[in-house]
Design a protein around this ligand. Structure first.
Ligand code: ATP
Ligand code: MG
Length: 169
């Protein structure tokens, strides 16, 4: 599954899917490819769910997109996040694996689309994988079973309203 587009709601749609799956006794892992520094409410919510949802922030936070010359520290973080994602998907320990903002990581040149597709093709058939983030690669869109695009119509940021607790983080 792929949630992409320039509007707000991609990561939260993935978390809604996680909540639904957890209700059926499924185990969910979310690996965050870009996030890593802010404290998001979902990190504490995951703890409240008692182990059914695991969230691993593995990014290095905000980065200046430069696909030509990506920052080595972000490259290394993305590489490690992808290794962890592959291992988790193949392990059979999770019914759903969310690769949060992996689309941005590919878009910024931190990961190669071919290696991502190759890993996703090898997943055990019962494992649901959700890829979120803007600018989903056309090859990923082509191979995915489900693709939804969130389109921005308005956002409070346009009125100068900064990130709100419980809404953005
Ligand atoms: P959310 O985590 O709230 O579901 P998202 O995953 O769709 O958002 P991202 O592209 O990951 O959005 O962006 C992260 C943050 O940027 C979000 O907190 C969101 O509120 C903000 N954001 C998303 N779209 C816009 C927009 N069109 N204008 C301004 N800010 C935005
Ligand atoms: Mg997001």
């Amino acid at each position: 599954m792929v949630f992409t587009g320039d509007g707000k709601g991609k990561t939260t749609a993935a978390m809604g899917s996680a909540l639904r799956a957890i209700g059926h006794g499924m185990k969910v892992l979310m690996i965050q490819f870009i996030k890593g520094t802010w404290h998001y409410g979902e990190l504490d919510a995951a703890r409240m769910l008692g182990g059914a949802l695991e969230i691993r922030p593995m990014g290095r936070g905000f980065l200046k997109p430069d696909a030509e010359q990506p920052d080595p520290k972000h490259l290394e973080a993305a590489r490690q996040a992808w290794q962890a994602a592959r291992a988790a998907i193949e392990s059979g320990a999770y019914d759903m694996v969310i690769l949060d903002e992996i689309n941005n990581a590919v878009d910024y040149g931190l990961l190669q689309i071919e290696e991502v597709l190759e890993g996703l093709r090898r997943r055990p058939p019962q494992v649901h994988v959700i890829c979120t983030g803007r600018n989903a690669h056309p090859r990923l869109i082509e191979e995915a079973d489900l693709v939804s695009e969130v389109r921005a119509i308005k956002h409070p940021f346009d009125k100068g309203i900064r990130a709100q607790r419980g809404i953005e983080y």
